[in-house]
Design a protein around this ligand. Structure first.
Ligand code: 8PZ
Length: 526
């Protein structure tokens, strides 16, 4: 009998976040862990060097006399240095709070006020005058006014301790801090690695800011599988030629990001996109990939592995589904799969009873060891989403109420169809704006579409659509698009106004910015 080869990366049970990510340093020390793009060339940091850098930062952190649980705010993009720093924080039981340098000062201050970090470290710029503010780089941490040393209360970091806190925008306008434990994030990573997207030698381009947990997925997918993460500098992402150059120079085999990262390249330099030599896989998440653009990408890159990853920061992600190649013409909703290994997505109706029938819409609830611990400093908000298991309330188990709607297809997999909270009553009729958006996207001249709900002059909810025409659109007018909607939906569902615009605004994470579109409507009306 032939011996099975030893796995390239071996993971122990109950690893901390940093132990999981550096496991490959034991078996593959000389493999690339981070591949950065700098001045037109690649800069490689091996697993051995990354571990050494993390150890240097950990020794630096030890100088400050912090307690397990003290927060460290890390203001940085993804880089070999920032990855080493967050690994160091994790090894000392110091939850890191990633914040992008591009975050507006006011929001950064709000996050700081809420998280009350012991240290606030930036990758660049002046260290700042406030207590605990400083700079990191080259394995050194410089804090001109260090915080007061504290007596340690705890001896050891446990898997239930917090690995990181990510602040997302709450519906109330106040950022919500999603607290993730080592156990949860590692449980998610394990479920993801079971999908075998990448292997040793691969390079995963990461396009999301460090404060969006998608970047942590990228890091986990790459390092956890013995591959390298290749951060795409945020400033270059907007320029299709530069973006593709980064992919070429870093020899990216996989690219992870929100769907909008592909828009400009598909539109302006499809030939160059088709020519990228190493690209084999694309993983997207955060919102639906406009199907026209998705099909275009498939035509340019036949055989490419496209993965639709669905989830929210409260569990990092919940499912992975491979997009069929080519996507059949009659597909209107992409499959989001059925929950990654170790999790179960329940589909429940408004009464909390399971939805069994195919095609019936329900709300998704996630049962998983990868759920957040709760929202930082907000027990009420936590209780609203980490709810008693509706199927067995006596167990005391909590499941995540996602607020997302889906239905089951004939194969039993889930098809995402919008959010419960964006569902509106228009003149007493239930309308899901995502359905209206889909209808608009079905028009041959429509490239992108967004549908927003706003309060009309008489206080009633109204729908308005913003549309970007495709490049080869043939003189379609706004009234034609409204008429197109009216052909297939009741009048209350058709947007009252359809506006043709040059582009749709995106938020910091690259998702369509519905808030800005709504503001635009209100300023136009004023
Ligand atoms: C979606 C999808 C989808 C999310 N199709 N709607 C990180 C890493 C990998 C995958 C996913 C993540 C998420 N944490 C990213 C994210 O967008 N998080 S979020 O908390 O800002 O928003 C979550 C919401 O986005 C979900 O509840 C869905 O409404 C939507 N979403 N993935 C369609 N593949």
């Amino acid at each position: 009998m032939r011996a099975t080869p030893a796995p390239a990366v071996t993971h122990r049970p109950d690893e901390r976040f940093d132990e999981f990510l550096l496991a490959a340093a034991a078996t593959l020390p000389d493999q690339p862990a981070v591949v950065e793009y700098a001045d037109g060339a690649q800069r490689v940091t091996t697993f051995r060097r990354l571990r050494e850098a993390a150890e240097r930062y950990a020794a630096e952190l030890d100088r400050f006399g912090l307690r397990i649980g003290d927060r460290v705010m890390v203001v940085s993009d993804t880089s070999a240095e920032s990855v080493a720093l967050v690994l160091a924080c994790s090894s000392r039981g110091l939850p890191f709070v990633p914040v992008s340098p591009e975050t507006p000062a006011e929001r950064r201050e709000t996050i700081e006020r809420l998280a009350e970090p012991a240290l606030c470290l930036s990758a660049d710029g002046a260290p700042g005058a406030a207590v605990g503010h400083g700079r990191f780089g080259g394995g050194r941490i410089e804090v001109p006014r260090p915080p007061v040393r504290r007596k340690r209360l705890r001896r050891a970091v446990t898997p239930t301790d917090t690995a990181y806190i990510i602040f997302t925008s709450g519906t109330t306008g106040r950022p919500k801090g999603v607290v993730m434990s080592h156990r949860s994030v590692v449980a998610f990573y394990r479920g993801m690695l079971a999908e075998e997207f990448v292997s040793v030698g691969d390079r995963v381009a990461s396009t999301s800011p460090l404060q969006f947990d998608f970047s942590l997925l990228d890091i986990g997918m790459a390092l956890g599988g013995g591959a390298a993460v290749a951060p795409v500098p945020r400033a270059l992402l907007r320029w299709p030629t530069r973006f593709l150059k980064v992919l070429r120079v870093t020899r990216a085999t996989h690219v992870n990001g929100v769907p909008s990262i592909w828009r400009q390249s598909l539109r302006h330099i499809p030939g160059e996109l088709a020519d990228l030599p190493d690209l084999r896989g694309v993983l997207f998440c955060g919102e639906e990939f406009p199907l026209g653009e998705l099909r275009h990408l498939q035509r340019l890159r036949p055989g490419i592995r496209l993965i639709n990853c669905y989830g929210a920061t409260e569990s990092m992600a919940a499912s992975f589904a491979e997009v069929p190649d080519p996507l059949p013409d009659d597909v209107t909703h992409l499959s989001i799969g059925a929950g990654h290994q170790g999790t179960d997505i329940l589909l429940l109706d408004a009464e909390g009873a399971p939805v069994g029938r195919e095609g019936v819409v329900g709300e998704m609830y996630l049962r998983s060891p990868a759920l957040m611990t709760g929202y930082w400093g907000d027990a009420e908000a936590t209780d609203a989403v980490l709810v008693t298991d509706p199927l067995e309330p006596r167990s005391g188990q909590r499941v995540l109420r996602t607020g997302d709607l889906a239905y089951r297809d004939a194969a039993g997999t889930l098809r995402f169809c919008g959010r419960r909270d964006s569902q509106v009553q228009i003149r007493g009729n239930r309308v899901e704006p995502a359905e209206v958006q889909r209808r608009l996207l079905a028009h041959p001249d429509v490239g992108e579409a967004a549908v927003v709900v706003y309060e009309g002059p008489d206080g009633d909810a109204e729908l308005s659509a913003f549309v970007v025409l495709s490049d080869d659109a043939a003189g379609t007018a706004e009234s034609d698009l409204r008429a197109f909607c009216l052909r297939s939906m009741p009048a209350y569902m058709a947007p009252g106004v359809v506006r043709i615009v040059d582009s749709l605004p995106v938020n910091q994470h690259g998702k369509t910015d519905h808030r800005r579109l709504r503001d635009r409507l209100l300023t136009d009306a004023a």
